[in-house]
Design a protein around this ligand. Structure first.
Ligand code: EPU
Length: 325
C-alpha cells in the first residue's frame, strides 16, 4: 500500500480509498483511464482532511462534481480525484443554501416545488452546483451568477464565505477556475413564484433540451465555449457565412457565435474518429458513439480547432475540463 493510500485511510477510514479507479465509471462520457487514488468526501471536515494530505504529500489532484464536464485521458490521472458527495440543502425564505455535491437539476426541482423562481433553467443542467459555481454554468437563458449571493470555499486550510462579486463570474468562468480553491456550498437568492407554473417551466425546458441535444449518448455536453469576438472581428468573418446568422448573438454587449452552429457551418457534423462522433443533432456535442477512447475524442477536438483556425481564424476554447493529457 502506498504512503498516500495509508494516509488517506487514516483520515477517512477503511474502505474509503480506491486505487486505480477507472474514471470511465464516473464521467458522463463513459471514457477515461484510472485515477491513481480516488475518494468520495461527505462533509467539509473530510474535504479539509483530504486537502491536508494533498498538501503534505504534494500530489496532483482534481475535484470531481457530477462528472458531466470532464474528459480524462486513456492513460488516466496520476494523482488523487476527490469526488464531492455532500448533497444537503436548506431553504430559508427566498434563500437556498446547497452543498457543492447537490445535483443542479435536483435543486431546480426542489426550488420549483417550494415556489421559488429563478433556478428552473438548471433542470437540464447535468452536474453539481459546485461545478456550476466553478464554471458559472448556464443554459436556456439562465446562469448560476444570476442568483448566486455567496459561496463557502476552502482556500488552503481556511474555510471562508465569499460574496458573489468576489467570485468574478464571467461567461463559463469564475475566480475559482483560476485557483486551487474548492467550492463547499453556494447560497442562491430566488423570488417567490407559483409552484405549478414553475413545474411547467421545468417541463418546457427539458423538452427543449431533448429536442436540440443528443442526451441519449455519452458526452460532456457542449465541448467548446461559444466564441466571443469583437464587433470588428465579427464584421470581417460574417461575409464568409453568406448572410446566414442564426448562430450569432449579442450578449452583454459582446458578439458571440454558437460553436455548435459554427461546427455545422464547417460541415463537420457527423464526423467520426474511432468511436467519437460530432453529434448530428448539435455540433457542439462530441458523443461516445461506439466505445470511443479519450484519444478519439481529443482527435475530434483538435480537428475542430484546426478547421476553425484555418478557415475563419477563430480560436476555439474547450469548455470541458481535460485531465491527464
Ligand atoms: N445551431 C445550429 N446547429 C447546431 C447547433 C446550434 O444551427 O448544430 C443553431 C441553433 O439552431 C440556434 C443557435 O445555433 O439558432 C444556438 O444554438 P443553441 O440554442 O443550441 O445554443 P448554443 O449557444 O449552441 C448554449 C450552451 C448550451 C446550452 C444551450 C441552450 C454554450 C457553449 N452552450 O448552446 O450549454 O444548453 O445554449 O441554452 O454556451 C453546455 O454548456 O454543456 C451546453 C450544452
Amino acid at each position: 500500500m502506498s504512503d498516500v493510500t495509508a494516509k488517506l485511510i487514516s483520515v477517512l477510514g477503511e474502505g474509503r480509498v480506491k486505487e486505480d479507479e477507472p474514471m470511465a465509471k464516473h464521467l458522463n462520457f463513459r471514457i477515461g483511464g484510472p485515477a491513481k487514488w480516488f475518494v468520495e468526501v461527505k462533509n467539509i471536515e473530510e474535504v479539509q482532511k483530504v486537502m491536508e494530505v494533498i498538501r503534505e504529500k504534494g500530489i496532483p489532484f482534481f475535484i470531481l462534481g457530477g462528472g458531466s464536464n470532464t474528459l480524462v485521458s486513456d492513460k488516466g490521472f496520476d494523482g488523487l480525484v476527490v469526488k464531492m458527495t455532500m448533497r444537503s440543502h436548506t431553504i430559508d425564505g427566498n434563500r437556498v443554501k446547497a452543498d457543492a455535491g447537490v445535483i443542479s437539476a435536483a435543486l431546480a426541482r426542489v426550488t420549483a416545488s417550494a415556489g421559488l423562481k429563478g433556478f428552473e433553467w438548471a433542470i437540464s443542467l447535468p452536474g453539481t452546483v459546485g461545478g456550476a459555481v466553478r464554471g458559472n454554468a448556464g443554459c436556456f437563458g439562465g446562469e448560476l451568477k444570476d442568483s448566486a449571493v455567496e459561496a463557502t470555499i476552502l482556500r488552503g486550510t481556511e474555510v471562508m464565505v465569499v460574496s458573489a462579486d468576489k467570485l468574478k463570474f464571467g461567461y463559463r468562468d469564475s475566480a475559482i477556475k483560476h485557483t486551487d480553491d474548492v467550492v463547499l456550498d453556494v447560497t442562491l437568492e430566488l423570488e417567490q413564484g407559483d409552484p405549478e407554473a414553475l413545474k411547467q417551466v421545468l417541463k418546457n425546458t427539458l423538452d427543449a433540451r431533448k429536442d436540440s441535444q443528443p442526451l441519449y449518448a455519452g458526452s460532456a455536453g457542449c465541448m467548446f465555449k461559444n466564441v466571443e469576438l469583437d464587433p470588428e472581428e465579427v464584421a470581417s468573418i460574417l461575409p464568409l457565412f453568406n448572410g446566414e446568422l442564426e448562430g450569432v448573438f449579442e450578449i452583454d454587449g459582446k458578439q458571440r457565435i454558437s460553436s455548435g452552429w459554427l461546427i455545422e457551418k464547417m460541415g463537420l457534423k457527423g464526423t467520426r474518429i474511432g468511436g467519437a462522433e460530432i453529434s448530428k443533432e448539435h455540433g457542439n456535442f462530441i458523443i461516445n458513439h461506439d466505445g470511443a477512447t479519450a484519444a478519439d475524442v481529443k482527435g475530434v477536438i483538435d480537428l475542430v480547432k484546426h478547421e476553425a483556425m484555418e478557415r475563419f481564424g477563430i480560436e476555439m476554447e474547450e469548455e470541458v475540463k481535460l485531465v491527464g493529457f
